[in-house]
Design a protein around this ligand. Structure first.
Ligand SMILES: [Zn+2]
Length: 60
């Protein structure tokens, strides 16, 4: 599988950064923002529909 970088954005504080898809858990996993400590499903941190799609495909 080709290595992909995803745009991640916190829904609470709007901090954004990039993560390798290989380093991320499944979309339904609880994920914590390093900046503000908000805990949500990882799918809510995906900045665009495309990023979520790539994450879902990778975790199939
Ligand atoms: Zn945050």
């Amino acid at each position: 599988m080709q290595e992909a970088w995803l745009q991640v954005q916190c829904p609470a504080c709007s901090d954004s950064w990039e993560e390798r898809v290989n380093d991320l858990p499944a979309p339904d996993t609880q994920f914590t923002c390093d900046d503000c400590g908000t805990e949500r499903a990882l799918s809510e941190f995906m900045q665009t529909a495309r990023d979520l799609e790539v994450l879902r495909e990778f975790n199939e």
